[in-house]
Structure formats: structure tokens, C-alpha cells
Design a protein around this ligand. Structure first.
Ligand code: F42
Length: 160
């Protein structure tokens, strides 16, 4: 089920405009970060305090149908506000180009996080510099559709 409610566009003009262009073009324009040519996705979530709908572009870090959401905020010393939104309510919509899907966000730790961090840096190398300057451990969420929910290497359900 897509998230519903009142949408509050980002106070930051460049964020707001990228989200608008991405969505209004059906995921065919505004799909990269500036002139890097590197792809972004749009994540829609609910604000933890306001309950209103929030949307942010994030770098596209995809692996076998799951996506990472890296709470880097350019190496800023504090977590982005959206980190706390996802912890409070993990239901999100993720738009990747023309495709939009409901997903659940799960913060990853340990070996699973290490794997996703490698994928994230491969997709967007500046994450490594952001981690060096951030003075905090940058959190990573995995966003996954219902049929893939749970750690990737968890044993398959037996049906009993
Ligand atoms: N940010 C990343 O962290 N990682 C990325 O990979 C990334 C890629 C990226 C690509 C393209 C692009 O255009 C932007 C990109 N960004 C990336 C930036 C990202 O989109 C966010 O703008 C950035 O991470 C900052 O997030 P933020 O949540 O800290 O944003 C602040 C400035 C903001 O929007 N604040 C809102 C406001 O109104 O001031 C708060 C919105 C909100 O969620 N409020 C909550 C509520 O309940 O509604 C709670 C507020 C509270 O006080 O708790």
C-alpha cells in the first residue's frame, strides 16, 4: 500500500526540486546527482513527529531487489532527520526510475552492514570520505520489499 497523507516538501530548494522533477517525469528526469551521472532513488516516508509525508533523494545502491539507504548527509556530524523517521516508522515507498514499490527499512549491523557498506562505496565512492570526516558511525538501512524481508542469508522458511 503506498503511503498516504499530507506531503511536506523539503525546506531545501534543491531537494524539493529534484523530488518534483523525478516524480512529475515518471522517473525519467532528475534521476542523477547533479552532473555526476550517478543514479538516485526517491524514498517517501512518514515524519516521526508530524506524521506528514516526507520525500528525499538518496543514491541508488541496489543489490538483488534490495536497496541501501545510507544516512551520510554529506559527512555532517549528526544523523539526518530522516534516520529517525525510518527508525520510528519503517514503511516506505521507493521509486527507482519509473518503478515505485512499498518497502520496509531495517537498519543493518555487523557483517551484513559491512557488505552493504562495500556496495554503497562502490556505487558512490564519496561515502568513504564522508565516513572519515563524520565523527559518527554512518548508519545504513536496507529497504526491502515484503517478499525479501529479513537478512539476506537467513534460512528459507520450511513451511512447517
Ligand atoms: N543524503 C544522505 O544522507 N544520503 C544520500 O545518499 C543522499 C543522496 C542524495 C542524492 C541526491 C540529493 O539531491 C540529495 C541526497 N541526499 C542524501 C540528501 C538527502 O536527500 C537529505 O536532504 C539529507 O540527508 C538531509 O536530510 P534531513 O532529513 O536531515 O533534512 C533536513 C534538512 C530536513 O529536510 N528537515 C526537515 C525540516 O522540515 O526541517 C525535517 C523533515 C522531517 O522529517 N521532520 C520530521 C517530521 O516529523 O515530520 C521530524 C522532525 C524532528 O524534529 O524530529
Amino acid at each position: 500500500m503506498p503511503l498516504e497523507g499530507e506531503y511536506d516538501p523539503s525546506p531545501a530548494q534543491w531537494i524539493r526540486e529534484q523530488v518534483e522533477l523525478y516524480e512529475s517525469s515518471g522517473g525519467t528526469q532528475g534521476t542523477t546527482l547533479w552532473d555526476t551521472g550517478l543514479p538516485v532513488v526517491i524514498v517517501t516516508m512518514r515524519g516521526a513527529r508530524s506524521g506528514r509525508i516526507r520525500k528525499i533523494p538518496l543514491m541508488r545502491v541496489e543489490h538483488e531487489g534490495r536497496y541501501a539507504a545510507v544516512a551520510s548527509k554529506g559527512g555532517f556530524p549528526r544523523h539526518p532527520v530522516w534516520y529517525f523517521n525510518l527508525k520510528a516508522d519503517p514503511q516506505v515507498d521507493l521509486q527507482d526510475g519509473p518503478e515505485r514499490r512499498s518497502m520496509t527499512a531495517r537498519e543493518v549491523i555487523g557483517e551484513e552492514k559491512a557488505q552493504w557498506w562495500q556496495r554503497a562505496v562502490a556505487a558512490y565512492p564519496p561515502y568513504a570520505e564522508y565516513q572519515e570526516k563524520a565523527d559518527r558511525v554512518i548508519p545504513v538501512f536496507v529497504l526491502e520489499p515484503e517478499h525479501l524481508a529479513g537478512p539476506a542469508n537467513a534460512p528459507a522458511p520450511t513451511g512447517h
